[in-house]
Write a protein that binds this ligand. Structure first.
Ligand code: SF4
Ligand code: SF4
Length: 477
C-alpha cells in the first residue's frame, strides 16, 4: 500500500462520517502553529514576517490540544516557525497521539537529531547497540553522543520524547538539492543536516516525509532528481506545492530583497507548466495528496478552494480565510466557519472571486478539494482509492552519481556565500537574483550561523531566552 492502512482508514472514515451526516464544512488537517520563532530566515517565508517572532508569543500546550479537539481534524500538521523550538513539543506530540491523530512535525531539521538523541537516551538498553553502531558508522552521532546516550540518567529516562510510530511523520522542509535549498533557506549546510537527520530517522524506525515548495526559478529536472535522491533515502512520502505570492511574503520580497513578486512566485500558467509531470511523479514516488489535486496542478481540471478544510490555529486564534491570507482571526473554529464568507474566496471556472486568490493553487486550499469530491467527475473516487491503496513505489536505487547531483553546493565548494552568490547577483542571473539577500539584514531570531553537525547551541540559546521572559508556561514537567 502507498500509505499505511490504519492512517488511510482513519482519514477515509472521517470523510465518510461527515458525508453521511451531510456536514457542510469540516476540518481534514489542522495547521497548528504553536509559535512563529524560527532559527532560519527562508526566502519567501511569510510566517516569520507576518507574525511576531517574539519568544514569549507561544500558544500554551493546553490551547494547542484544545484546538485539535475543537476542529477534530484527523491529521495535525505542527508547523510554525520551527516547532522543535517549542518547549513543550514532546508533550504536544504525545497529547495529539493520545487523541488518536496522525501527526506531521514540519521542521527545517536542524534540531531533529537532538530530539532523536533524547529518544535514544530515554530508551537505552544494550539491545539498541547495533543501532548505535550503525549511527556511529555513518557519522550521524559522535562518540560523545553515544557515551551520553549509554550513560543516560534517571532524568533522561523519564523525559517525554518523540518516539517512532506509524502515526507520526517528521515532515522535513527540502526545497531542492543542496545548492538551491541552502540558497532558499539562506544558510549553508542546512541541506546536509536535513539528509543526515533523515538518515538517522530511518535507522531508528521513524516515518519521514518531505515538503517542497516550487518557485518560479525551480528547475523541474532538479525536483525530479531531488525526489530520486530522497526516495533512495527511503523517505516515506512527499508533499509538493507551488509557491504563491501571498501578502506577507510579497511584502518581504519588495521591501527586504528589492524584488518584484512576479520575479519569484508562480502564476497559474507557470504552475501548470512546472507541474506538467506531476502525475508521472505520483506514479514513480510516494507523493502525498490525491491524483485529483495532481490533475488540477497539471492543468487538466479545475477545482474550487476548500480552505476551511485545512484551518490554521496560532497565537491569534483561528486564521481566516487560509494558511496564506489573513483577513481576520477568530476565537473558535465553528465561529470562523460561520462568520467567514467563504464564497468570496478561491477561483471558480478560471475567475478569481478575490484578486489575491488569482494565482493560488496551493495544497492547503485545493488538496482537500480533491479528497472531498468538490467539482466531482465520474471516476474520481475510484482514482483516489486506487492511488492510496495501490502499491508503494520502490525506493530509487542509490548511486554515487545521484549523491553527486544532490551535493552540488557547499559540499563541493559552491556555497551561496561564495561563488554562487556572485553568480546570482550578476545581471545574467535574472530572477534567480531574487534569492539573494542584503548582507546587513538579519532576522532577529537568527542567533547563529553554525549548522551541519546537530549542534544545539542555537536552540539552547533560544530556550534560555524563552525562560528569561518569565512569561512562558512555567508549569512543572
Ligand atoms: S524553516 Fe524557513 S519556511 Fe520554515 S518557518 Fe523557518 S523561516 Fe519559515
Ligand atoms: S484560493 Fe483559497 S487557499 Fe488560495 S489564497 Fe485564496 S482562499 Fe487562500
Amino acid at each position: 500500500m502507498r500509505f499505511p492502512f490504519a492512517l488511510t482508514k482513519k482519514i477515509a472514515g472521517h470523510i465518510i462520517k461527515h458525508k453521511l451526516r451531510k456536514t457542510p464544512k469540516f476540518a481534514m488537517v489542522l495547521q497548528l502553529e504553536p509559535l512563529h520563532t524560527c532559527n532560519l530566515t527562508c526566502t519567501g517565508c511569510g510566517r516569520i514576517r507576518e507574525y511576531s517572532t517574539n519568544l514569549k508569543d507561544m500558544v500554551p500546550l493546553e490551547k494547542c490540544l484544545e484546538a485539535a479537539v475543537e476542529c477534530d481534524a484527523p491529521m495535525v500538521s505542527i508547523c510554525g516557525g520551527e516547532p522543535l523550538i517549542y518547549p513543550k513539543i514532546e508533550e504536544l506530540v504525545a497529547g495529539l497521539r493520545e487523541q488518536g491523530r496522525v501527526i506531521y512535525v514540519c521542521t527545517n531539521a536542524m534540531f531533529m537529531r537532538k530530539k532523536m538523541k533524547d529518544y535514544l537516551a530515554a530508551i537505552y538498553s544494550p539491545e539498541i547497540e547495533p543501532k548505535i553502531k550503525k549511527l556511529l558508522d555513518q557519522k550521524l552521532i559522535s562518540d560523545k553522543d553515544a557515551e551520553t546516550i549509554r550513560k543516560s540518567d534517571a532524568a533522561a529516562r523519564s523525559k517525554v520524547v518523540i518516539r517512532p510510530t506509524k502515526w507520526m511523520y517528521w515532515n522535513v522542509h527540502v526545497d531542492g538539492l543542496e545548492f538551491t535549498h541552502d540558497l532558499i533557506v539562506e544558510r549553508e549546510g542546512v541541506f546536509k543536516e536535513c539528509v543526515e537527520a533523515i538518515k538517522m530517522a530511518k535507522i531508528l524506525g521513524y516515518q519521514v516525509a518531505t515538503n517542497t515548495t516550487v518557485y518560479k526559478e525551480t528547475d523541474v529536472q532538479e525536483i525530479e532528481d531531488m525526489f530520486k535522491f530522497l526516495s533512495s533515502l527511503e523517505v516515506d512520502g512527499h508533499t509538493i506545492s507551488p509557491g504563491y505570492e501571498y501578502d506577507a511574503a510579497k511584502k518581504d520580497m519588495v521591501t527586504r530583497l528589492g524584488k518584484q513578486p512576479e520575479d519569484f512566485f508562480l502564476t497559474r500558467n507557470m504552475t501548470r507548466q512546472k507541474f506538467a509531470k506531476i502525475l508521472d511523479w505520483g506514479r514513480a514516488f510516494t507523493i502525498f495528496g490525491t491524483p485529483v489535486y495532481q490533475e488540477f496542478l497539471a492543468g487538466k481540471r479545475e477545482l474550487t478552494c476548500t480552505a476551511w478544510a485545512i484551518p490554521t490555529y496560532n497565537i491569534k486564534g483561528w486564521k481566516a480565510p487560509c494558511y496564506l491570507m489573513t483577513d481576520g482571526h477568530y476565537d473558535g473554529y465553528q465561529e470562523m466557519l460561520t462568520k467567514v464568507q467563504w464564497d468570496k474566496y478561491g477561483v471558480v471556472d478560471g475567475v478569481a472571486r478575490d484578486p489575491r486568490c488569482e494565482n493560488c493553487m496551493v495544497h492547503c486550499g485545493y488538496d482537500p478539494s480533491g479528497a472531498l469530491g468538490t467539482n466531482y467527475q465520474p471516476g474520481d473516487n475510484w482514482k483516489n482509492i486506487k492511488y492510496n491503496f495501490g502499491a508503494k513505489p520502490r525506493p530509487f536505487p542509490s548511486s554515487p552519481e545521484l549523491a553527486q547531483r544532490a551535493y552540488n553546493g557547499v559540499t563541493i565548494g559552491k556555497g551561496h556565500l561564495a561563488e554562487a552568490k556572485a553568480a546570482i547577483n550578476s545581471p545574467a542571473a535574472g530572477a534567480r537574483g531574487a534569492f539573494s539577500r542584503k548582507e546587513e539584514e538579519h532576522h532577529e531570531t537568527r542567533v547563529g550561523t553554525f549548522c551541519g553537525d546537530g549542534d544545539t547551541s542555537e536552540r539552547d540559546n533560544l530556550l534560555a531566552k524563552i525562560k528569561d521572559t518569565k512569561k512562558i508556561d512555567a508549569r512543572p514537567e
